[in-house]
Design a protein around this ligand. Structure first.
Ligand SMILES: C[S@@+](CC[C@H](N)C(=O)[O-])C[C@H]1O[C@@H](n2cnc3c(N)ncnc32)[C@H](O)[C@@H]1O
Length: 421
């Protein structure tokens, strides 16, 4: 029996990743999947995985005060909405705490983040959902940390139009039983122009056997089953009162339209409040920040490595008579080196890297002599790590604000404003 098994303990809080956290009387940090703060549990099995102690079997002796019945019947198995078992108010409080803890523990920064900004509903908000195709054409999500498919009747956090589309696909797949077998995934997008369904072929080539199914489905929604078809299906989306972006079906887009509008507005307002006139947007995607900044009168350069996203940004800029935006299809670190070598300087650097953060980029940002940096991050831990070189280079954190882009999951976005001097 491992030391600690049999103990009755109380879960202290949630940590980045969504697990519950507590300390054993001997000081060991322990993680508990699916726990709520205040849960009293008996530890039946304790395992060490990748250097951390994990409660793998437990008995719930008393539920924490904010434990609730999840809005979705498969929440505990599907791996997506991993904080649906705590109240919404507690979820938001825990996210704010996760952010503060990460800044302090990883970044060595004592900052008090503002309460998270929310907008819209906490269910039915996802404009993009990817379903995996399992044996027999079953559609669902992978259980957390595995490739085991959990078939879902519907997804509680998906836009209602996507659940309708899912039903339509299932209905039609019953008529064409072989059709879905040729695909690994189906990504559904809710757009202002209707639903887009992108089917990902199992071996990279559109299966001929699926053609009648795809043709029939195209009567209900826009359908793409090759990279070329996906490129042609682009969505136009408002990202503020006076700007829109074009989003090709194969490019990144923020999945919560209402919260994204708040995030974009905060970046644009922050630039205006500081009197910033020029910007460099690294990891720019389809220009989610760059186009609204340019529409607000700033001139700038956006860097993005996905060619279809850059082409879409160029199209959207042209359609809005934006002439003050230059684009570079490039790796962000490489482009940054080039911009510094060319002697380019910008008042503002915006960076919104993927989950891994941008350690190779933050160390070079001072070469652009920015007066301010707006760092947008979906992982508070890599964000906190990346803030250190910026602070060493003379930047000072002036505000930290979470945005609840992914309600009922442990994920959220953070906007940190830094200023020189
Ligand atoms: C989190 S998304 C943000 C996109 C955009 N800022 C938005 O809000 O929609 C990160 C973007 O960075 C791009 N990306 C990832 N790694 C990159 C790299 N090394 N260099 C340039 N772009 C990269 C991805 O293609 C993606 O569009």
């Amino acid at each position: 029996m491992t030391d600690g098994e049999g103990l009755e303990v109380t879960v202290e809080k949630l940590v980045p990743g969504g697990d519950g956290f507590l300390r054993l009387p001997d000081g060991r940090a322990v993680f508990v999947r699916g726990a709520a703060p205040g849960d009293v549990i008996r530890i039946n099995r304790l395992d060490k995985a990748r250097g951390a102690w994990l409660v793998s079997e437990r008995e719930l002796l008393a539920a924490g005060p904010e434990r609730v019945v999840p809005e979705c019947p498969v929440a505990s198995t599907c791996g997506g909405c991993d904080v649906m078992h705590v109240s919404r108010a507690e979820e938001l409080a825990q996210k704010q705490l996760m952010l503060r803890d990460a800044l302090e523990r990883v970044g060595g920064v004592a900052a008090e983040p503002a309460p998270l900004t929310t907008a819209g509903d906490s269910v039915g908000y996802r404009s993009r959902v990817r379903f995996h195709v399992g044996k027999g054409g079953k559609l669902g999500f992978f259980a957390r940390g595995s490739h085991q498919l959990v078939e879902v009747p519907r997804c509680a956090v998906a836009d209602p139009s996507l659940n309708q589309a899912l039903s339509a696909i299932r209905r039609l797949a019953r008529r064409y039983p072989e059709a879905l077998g040729g695909f690994t995934d189906v990504e559904l997008r809710a757009t202002e122009q209707g639903v887009i369904a992108r089917f990902v072929p199992r071996d990279g080539i559109k299966p001929i056997a699926a053609e009648p199914f795809l043709r029939a489905l195209a009567k209900d929604m826009k359908v793409a089953a090759t990279a070329r078809e996906a490129e042609q299906l682009s969505e136009r989306r408002a990202v503020g009162e006076s700007a829109f972006v074009e989003i090709p079906a194969d490019a990144f887009s923020q999945i919560n339209v209402a919260v994204n509008q708040e995030l974009v507005a905060a970046v644009v307002a922050g630039a205006a409040a500081r009197g910033l006139r020029s910007f460099c947007d690294l990891f720019a995607g389809v220009g989610n920040f760059a186009i609204p900044l340019a529409r607000a009168g700033l001139s700038g350069v956006m860097v993005e490595r996905t060619p279809s996203a850059v082409l879409a940004a160029q199209r959207a800029a042209a359609a809005q008579n934006v002439t003050s935006l230059r684009t570079r299809t490039a790796d962000a670190a490489r482009a940054l080196t080039d911009l510094v070598r060319e002697g380019k300087q910008f008042d503002l650097v915006v960076l919104d890297p993927p989950r891994e953060g941008a350690p190779e980029v933050v160390s070079g940002i001072s070469g652009l002599a920015p007066r301010a940096v707006a760092y947008v991050a979906c992982d508070p831990v890599t964000l906190s790590r990346d803030l250190k070189p910026l602070i060493t280079a003379g930047m000072r954190i002036v505000s930290v604000q979470g945005f609840d882009m992914f309600p009922r999951t442990h994920h959220f976005e953070t906007l940190v404003w830094l200023q020189a001097g």
